[in-house]
Write a protein that binds this ligand. Structure first.
Ligand SMILES: Nc1nc2c(c(=O)[nH]1)N[C@H]1C(S)=C(S)[C@@H](COP(=O)(O)O)O[C@H]1N2
Ligand SMILES: [Mo]
Length: 327
């Protein structure tokens, strides 16, 4: 259901301050010790930066895989966001806290790209993204995409069910969570030189969430491989949760029996939690979540519980007293 509202009716722009403006201010308190640590990361853990020209010249070995066949089970009640909007309005703190990320991502090299499978699995292993792509069935799905900042899009992802990755990983029966980690390459990602964030970005799901039909690992969008600003070559899409759960640029899946502490929980524990399920009735401490702006349309619509996916996921959260499921 699409309900058009006049622009002036929306919550004040200033009350929906994005994460960064707030935490950059706080960062002044954290001080120089962290800056020294970040310097150390640059000199030991990082790779040589490619020139922008070299990164641009590398042919994309996965280009021929797209477009993938659309899965009709995942279609939408709203128009797909225009490609030029979805690819030029992004959150990717590794490259800064603004939205024009697409201007700053060329320095990231996305081949070779290894993905490690670790922790409580029968046998840990690493495989390259192009080898992974040979082992999984690609499909296209139209998903709602809702940022905690109260904006939303509708995105045609290409990729594969996260369950397929879990099957490849062969986790032990004691594993109850999967932790995902983004690359750490401060020489290629200017935001990672900002020492007040707990790099690298991490996220986590329960095994039940990871095995849910909706949990999707995206490798493409708009019938092509992912552009760098949207998390190439591998990012998560969990459309019933706020967008910050949808981690980009994944290099590691670690299976564990302990709930991982995520990047945003670490950065702002009073504002961002582990579960982060969408709920119009639970406001963020600094703004309402009752409505969302459809980016690129000028309209605002009511937010839906679980972002409209309650039928698929509500059962996952039954009988969890005391858990902050909606922050
Ligand atoms: N590694 C990493 N993943 C990330 C982020 C980030 O800053 N770094 N931002 C998250 C947030 S807040 C959102 S809303 C979505 C944005 O995805 P999009 O730019 O493709 O719309 O990516 C998420 N994944
Ligand atoms: Mo977000």
């Amino acid at each position: 259901m699409l309900i058009k509202r006049r622009k002036g009716w929306e919550i004040a722009e200033s009350s929906a301050t994005p994460e960064a403006l707030f935490f950059n201010r706080r960062s002044l308190l954290r001080g120089a010790g962290a800056a020294i640590l970040a310097g150390a990361a640059v000199s030991c853990g990082d790779e040589t930066p490619p020139t922008a020209a070299a990164a641009a010249e590398t042919p994309d070995p996965s280009a021929a895989l797209y477009p993938a066949t659309r899965a009709i089970a995942f279609t939408l009640d709203r128009d797909v966001t225009r490609e030029e909007i979805a690819t030029t309005y992004n959150n990717y703190y590794e490259f800064g806290s603004h939205k024009r990320i697409y201007r700053d991502v060329e320095s990231l090299a996305i081949r070779p790209w290894d993905i490690a499978i670790e922790g409580m699995v029968e046998e840990p292993f690493t495989l390259g993204i192009d080898d992974l792509l040979k082992k999984v069935p690609l499909e296209e799905r139209l998903y709602r995409h809702r940022c905690v900042e109260a904006w939303a899009m509708a995105v045609p992802w290409s990729g594969f069910p996260m369950r397929a990755l879990v099957d490849l990983a062969r986790p032990l029966s004691g594993a109850s969570y999967v932790e995902m980690t983004t690359f750490l390459k401060p020489s290629q990602a200017s935001g990672q030189r900002q020492p007040w964030y707990p790099w690298p970005y991490t996220e986590g799901l329960t095994m039940a969430e990871a095995a849910n039909d909706l949990a999707f690992l995206a490798t493409g969008v708009y019938g092509k491989s992912l552009p760098k600003q949207m998390g190439s070559p591998l990012r998560l899409a969990t459309p019933w949760k706020y967008g910050f759960k949808s981690i980009k640029g994944i290099v590691r899946f670690k299976f564990t029996d302990k709930r991982p502490k995520t990047f945003w929980e670490d950065t702002g524990p009073t504002e961002y939690g582990f579960w982060a399920n969408v709920n119009p009735e639970v406001p963020h401490p600094r703004w309402s979540q009752a409505t969302e702006e459809l980016i690129g349309t000028g309209s605002r619509v009511p937010t839906q519980l679980f972002n409209g996916y309650a039928d698929h996921v509500a059962d996952l959260y039954k009988d969890m007293p005391g858990e902050k499921l909606f922050m």
